[in-house]
Design a protein around this ligand. Structure first.
Ligand code: SF4
Length: 169
């Protein structure tokens, strides 16, 4: 314990200053104003993992931390598809998850949008279609936007949401 306090006194810095990312702040500002215009200030997202390795979900979890703080922009991850405007679909869409993905989509109030997250859903990464994997392409669902990466970083996800609002609405 004494050693611990000695180290704390000697190394006095206990927190690190994060570098200010101006690019990220600009994207967030733009995103907030688009959400205000097109979704009355509140965009609800239902995350659906259809057979992912969970790294995409881990990056999405980071979006709620105090640094990215997406809730401040009006973006909320919701538990029910009935409350969602957008489905954020990650994973390869396994055969076993296929019906659940369809079910979630049909429970969403229309117009509902689907954004695929990461390389898996469109099978752009290491996985290919086989007896256990369908891939979102064969789902025949209207995919509005695709966010690439394996996994995409939180900043790329935020940029992807902005691109979706700019391109498809
Ligand atoms: S895109 Fe990459 S990180 Fe995301 S679920 Fe697939 S393998 Fe995992």
């Amino acid at each position: 314990m004494i050693k611990f306090w000695q180290r704390r006194v000697e190394n006095s810095i206990v927190t690190r200053h994060l570098e200010f990312d101006k690019d990220l702040e600009d994207i967030k500002k733009e995103l907030k104003s688009k959400i205000a215009k097109k979704f009355a200030g509140s965009l609800a997202i239902r995350m659906v993992s259809s057979g992912s390795c969970n790294a995409c979900e881990a990056e999405c979890n980071a979006l709620s931390n105090p640094y990215y703080d997406l809730q401040r922009l009006g973006i909320h991850f919701v538990a029910s598809p009935r409350h969602a405007d957008v489905m954020l679909l990650s994973g390869v869409v396994s055969v076993n998850m296929y019906h659940h993905v369809l079910e979630v989509y049909h429970q969403m109030p229309q117009p509902a949008y689907i954004i695929t997250l990461g390389d898996c859903p469109l099978l752009e990464g290491v996985f290919k279609e086989n007896f256990a994997i369908k891939g979102a392409d064969s789902l025949k669902l209207p995919i509005s936007h695709h966010i690439r990466g394996c996994p995409p970083e939180p900043k790329e996800i935020i940029r992807g949401l902005l691109d979706f609002l700019e391109d498809f609405m």
